[in-house]
Design a protein around this ligand. Sequence first.
Ligand code: SF4
Ligand code: FE2
Length: 621
Amino acid sequence: PRPIDQLTIWDDAKAMIRKARAEGIETVHERLDQQTPHCKFCELGTTCRNCTMGPCRVSEKKPRGVCGADADVIVARNFGRFVTGGAAGHSDHGRDLIEVLEAIVEGEAPDYKITEEGKLRTIAGEIGIKEAGRDIMDVAKDVMECFFADFGSRKKEVSFLSRVPQKRKDLWAKLGMTPRGVDREIAEMMHRTHMGCDNDAPNTLIHAARTALADGWGGSMIGTELSDVIFGTPKPRMSTANLGVIKEDQVNILVHGHNPVVSEQILAAARDPELLARAKELGASGINLAGLCCTGNELLMRQGIPMAGNHLMTELAIITGAVEAIVVDYQCIMPSLVQVAGCYHTKFIDTANKARFTGAIHFDFQPRTAMQQAKEIVSIAVEAFAERDAGRVEIPGEPIEIMTGFSNEAVIEALGGSLDPLIQAIVAGDIKGAVGIVGCNNPKIKHDSLNVGLAKELIKRDILVIATGCVTTAAGKAGLLVPGAIEMAGPGLKKVCGSLGIPPVLHYGSCVDNSRIMQLCAALANTLNVDISDLPVGASSPEWYSEKAAAIGLYAVASGIYTHLGHPPNILGSETVTNLAVSGLEDLVGATFFIEPDPVKTADLFEERINAKRKGLGLDK
Ligand code: SF4
Ligand code: FE2
């Protein structure tokens, strides 16, 4: 096996990998070794399995599949479907929030409510629904209908395009990139990539961008906004992160996945006096809830619930031996967690019919019965405390302080009611620009080395960092999410963040919450009366792995944001597709991807780009 020091930058992770090896438990790292080297054709994107005349693998020697498709067509089709898988994931998550809102409106969800009436009214106004003087439930019903319709085929564009600068919308219209309906674009991509349909790589990629935009300005944005409406808009608050948030003397429940619809109820149930009393009867001092990945981010942002870890920490969290239950909803949940949980007393509980795990305890979680089901789940965890083997418990390290809760609403409030102070700081050059660092971990990259390395490099150069997804935990553990982190920032950023009492890296939420960043960019562009592509901003996913991350990257680029990836998607087998991604898109949408594994070089490229955009806006001579 590879030496542990090469796998991760974190002491808590190293301790648990060591424990796993001592106890003979396999993790993602060993499985990666088993799978290496990977299939070269698949890495290049030049395999096709879209029909049974194949499967085909094309190369210089055999340049066409049985049907005649060449590498360009095959790579574009594969990438198109890859992005579409990601868009489908986020957007189906968004739809689940609409369904909860529907259940609230119909009186079928006694455990959920409209928490942010003001925000719901603001959204209604933005999407053209009259709200003044109307009962909130009537407004909610119309918003719900409008968002459901955003998934269909009867609209010319999804509702939240009302937020997009007109210049950008005109560009999309000209290119045939305007997202019309979420499910429509997803289904159309499946159609286009069927054998014998879209056999022109650039044309396929335009539709891939349209599908990604339907996610970023459609499904994901609906997911974020309705989660705020139902569970509350995040506000700055303090919390903690790393495996040290697991408590030796308590019943530990980890929530993992993406959707707050389940985890918010688990949180409420974990505070139930009867369940607490039972936990004490069994010798625990309380019930401790902690998050993993994005459902962790959702609870952290809104409720300050501590974060146990990001993607590559999920197996390791169970290996502490102190986790009574891991409760999952969907996305990014390694199926191996069932096996790892099986090595301990840990109960693995899944909650969604669309994300079931063989060997799990299953709950078909429904809005109507949410609290009752959540209590049953917490009760299973409490009873499991009696089965814990104290001799196998090892919780490494002490929790690190973090600041969370930066929604756009919170940022605007911190700025005194408008974006103007932020714009002034950018104009003055105290803040040179901003980069959103988002996404995942990937065992092919030393865990969190790039996520943290890039964030540190950027803030040194007075570039504000906005973090979402698994990058948030990385930034938090590196001490970047506290106001004191300004000591690691350049003088300008230090001054601005210092005066506001905020960190130089802002925790902006989960992966669907990248829509908050899109909204912020659009608002900045609208205020300055420019296009998003004119702004001194960038996006990065240094350690990305998932289809969802590819969809995010593509909607960022298609929205005009220069976007970094720490390693390439499986497209290098086509020069046409690769060239389009890393240069040709510039002419079309005013931004491209760039691939760079080194954090310092990446920061150099961002700085160069940001300086050029500043010049373009007339900010620097
Ligand atoms: Fe091969 Fe063409 Fe079928 Fe793909 S669609 S498997 S390239 S014959
Ligand atoms: Fe995520």
